[in-house]
Design a protein around this ligand. Structure first.
Ligand code: 2BA
Length: 153
């Protein structure tokens, strides 16, 4: 019976319950040069962050790997590309996105292949992110609370 209650508890969680809200998420803007994006990524310690437009609508994500790729010339690093190329032209636009109302299992399924999911409202405005860490924390708590059922010590 307890097991069923806890399972219900996971089903009742929505993305909003474990989302990092937009004001705490490091991000870059479409028209930023790559050097600015690289600075944000290096200073924050994250490997990828969301890309927003000037109205805070989600447009994609950008990571360290794709920025460094742009500096690779045939015989040397073309560091000048960091100031001439804009985030918009190399960002990843093929990214998963969910609403705040998405349930725990929708988030879990996407986070198997992505380290975070962007959360947007019905007009595409950025609300925040759900990270793999947050979802694993909930799962860990669920298994701990049900340890008798799963015969864990
Ligand atoms: P990554 O940057 O590849 O980070 C992978 C994991 O390393 C993170 O997993 C977290 O557990 C740890 N980590 C990395 N940088 C950290 C830092 N500065 N402080 C504390 N822990 C750090 P998650 O927490 O599951 O995050 C998944 C991904 O979500 C991160 O991948 C990053 O791309 C993004 N992310 C998380 N929090 C963010 C934030 N506040 N702003 C922007 N992006 C964020």
């Amino acid at each position: 019976m307890d097991f069923i209650k806890q399972e219900d508890a996971l089903y009742n969680l929505t993305a909003e319950d474990f989302m990092i809200s937009s004001e705490k998420v490091a991000h870059v803007q479409l028209n930023n040069p790559l050097e600015h994006a690289l600075l944000i990524l290096l200073k924050s310690g994250y490997s990828a962050v969301p890309v927003l437009d000037s109205k805070y609508r989600l447009k994609g994500t950008i990571g360290k790997g794709s920025i460094l790729n742009e500096t690779l010339g045939i015989e040397r690093f073309e560091m000048e590309n960091l100031s001439t190329i804009k985030v918009e032209s190399i960002m990843d636009t093929n990214i998963p996105r969910l609403r705040k109302s998405a349930n725990f299992f929708e988030c879990l399924t996407i986070l198997i292949n992505h380290s975070f999911i962007c959360i947007v409202d019905e007009n595409g405005f950025f609300d925040g992110i759900v990270t793999r860490r947050a979802i694993l924390k909930q799962l860990n708590q669920y298994f701990y609370l049900n340890k008798d059922v799963f015969k864990m010590s």
